[in-house]
Design a protein around this ligand. Sequence first.
Ligand SMILES: C[S@@+](CC[C@H](N)C(=O)[O-])C[C@H]1O[C@@H](n2cnc3c(N)ncnc32)[C@H](O)[C@@H]1O
Length: 471
Amino acid sequence: MASVYAHRAFMGSATSRPMSTPCMVARLSKVGSTSSRSSLQQRSWRRGASSSSGKKNSSSRSRKPLPYRAESSTQPPSSSSQATAAPSGSIFPKTPSSATPEPVSQLFRTRWLGLFGAGAAALCLGTFTASFWIANRGEAPSYVTGCEPVVPTGRPAIESPVDFDRHLDKSEWRFGITKLRRRLAAEATGHVLEVAMGTGRNMEFYDWDAVTAEYVAAGERNRSKLAKRGWGTKGNIADLLEMETFTGVDISPAMLDIGLRRLRQVVPHGALEDALPKQPSFDQLAAQSPGASGGVQLLRGKVRVLQGDAQSPLPAPPTGVDKYDTVIQTFGLCSVRDPTRLIHNMAAVVKPETGRIILLEHGRSWWELINGLLDRSAKGHFERFGCWWNRDIEHIVEVAQSQIPGLEVVEFQRPGWTTLGTHVWVELRVRNVKPAGSQATGGNESSSGWLGSLGSSWLSVSPPKNGEKKE
Ligand SMILES: C[S@@+](CC[C@H](N)C(=O)[O-])C[C@H]1O[C@@H](n2cnc3c(N)ncnc32)[C@H](O)[C@@H]1O
């Protein structure tokens, strides 16, 4: 902007100046021999002329520039002075011979904004190009999913989960992840399972109205629902699908401590304020919640937070329901040792045909340049955040699809340009096909305690080999 402004000012002054004279040319040719210097002089001269010629200059605007030779017809220039002045002679404005060239210091003073902007832009571009070049030098380490040098711990190794959570606040908003979380949570209806829920960063976007219905008068609930989903509901609240129950699973109790704290804050009507302390400890609460099989049970089982390895068969929905309507997972495939196994487990607990598995993940981009950066920084990122951000999510999904009978990719997109194609939104569903000899489990472990079933059912579905694709 500043440079555009400076350019316009420059052009404006140039067009409004009178023509050059041979004496000016001669004087300028004395001032400097290099072209850059002479061009600086030309500009400073014009500025000087502008301030000294005043009104007279405005009348010269319509005048056509005269050729150099016409001016010099009475006194032809010497061959040396012509060589210096001829290229610029035709655009030199006329000015009184007493006008002095503007000094360079004055030039900097009057054009500092444009010069500063151009310098800053050049510096940014240079730094960006250099860092890209440095980051992409040499051979990038290549890892096979699940065989990375450090096996995922399932928990960020950053100072603490609190820091992990805090760190994400600004960056997620900046890169549009918060918006994607909101969009994803709006899809969560019926019995909902969130896998690898972490610190509960999706919690505030779920619709808790049905879960907390007993705390709200029916009329008020309808009003709030209509306000939220104003589009064409025509007041028929009964038809709206709502989140009926919520089950969250994660392997890390420290992450779940924060998840529970967030739950207390976001579930409306203070519905969890009595049940949860301000600084909840997952381990302590789970110990007092014997019915929740490895977790915390709230609002008479409508909200459950469970601890366990999601690579083992996942817990069934609360009593009386067979499978989940929605299975959500955000940034989980990058965090577990065996992401394909995770998709197997999610597919096993979602309602066939109508149920939805919705994933928001990050991994390899469209662009190899970006992938080079991801590869080089992957180990450091893992050490800090506990996940491998250079995994090929598209390939993981393809492998899972080739292995799980009926698994269908409903949607696969890379939303937003701010993440440079590294983030993916995936929706999956399971069609009703019964594969011969399939022993896919999931959905019924809660009766005997979810954690109790770990290990025994671990190999009930033959685990896929990473990178392996069925033909
Ligand atoms: C990158 S964080 C994402 C957390 C959360 N889903 C979010 O969007 O902020 C990955 C989470 O996966 C959890 N996790 C890793 N391995 C797991 C496993 N095998 N079973 C269940 N959770 C796991 C971690 O504890 C961590 O909370």
